[in-house]
Design a protein. Sequence first.
Length: 314
Amino acid sequence: MDRKNKPSPLPTSPSLPQPTIDLTDNVLTAHLPSGDSVTVHLYGATVTSWKTANGAEKLFLSTAAALDGSKPIRGGIPLVFPVFGPPPKDHTTSKLPQHGFARNNYWEFLGKSSTESTDRKADDSVKLDFGLSSGMLDEATKAKWPFEFGLVYSVTLGKGKLECGLHVQNKGSEAFEFQCLFHTYLAIKDIKKTTISGLESAQYIDKVRNAQTFTEESNAITCTGETDRVYTPKDDSPLTVTEGGKSSFVVTRDALPNVTVWNGWEDKIKGMGDFEPKDGWLRYLCIEPGSVNSWTKLEGGDAWEGSATFESKL
């Protein structure tokens, strides 16, 4: 029987927009309700795309990059661990390939978590966790670096921001030493019109000039040829990338004492088979936060973590 004075139905709260995640063929893509997105290949846990809400791509990826797991991916954000560059002959990493093994092994997707914006209109960030441990390596790699370890790599996508964080744990009883770095290829419009600030007075090793050590005198660094420098800033102050007089990126670091600045320039890029287009050197700048000038020693059972945040200003 229909009641004359029946209570009105309780209002229902509309569900908040949520980040969306898709994992297909070892490629994970996450989108925020804002329109920001990130793509991560499980091979190397390599970030290959980061787009802001307006659809602008913020990372450079070679059009000839191998995306089938046959070799490290050229571009995006390859992850360097446990050695940066060619391994020294007298170190426990000496048998490993350049930049270590993290970028050329498949990682496991561990899951996601999101944070809600203060106005409760939508989730405004999503954290994606990836794992790699000694048990996931092939026997040949284990023989070259026989330590028990666990890595958790967190990629957090926010509105106009991307944060990369690495957690390293020594799961064995024997201490080991490592280096690590986020080999970030930022997408820019013209390297000749781009400057980097925030490194004034920092010491740097210039690999183009016989690995000699210098002190940076400029507060607006420009690349005028092949550039390959490892800076040690005096503090954790932000670095700013400026294009055509406008700030395009701000990079902040936590527990990462070094910053590598790299652009191979025209001649070096011509010799790289997996780098296309050949004039792509004009449109990328590597700003690579890391801990690479010395070794971090981790005793059995101990852990270490460091992170870097890249903020798009355009």
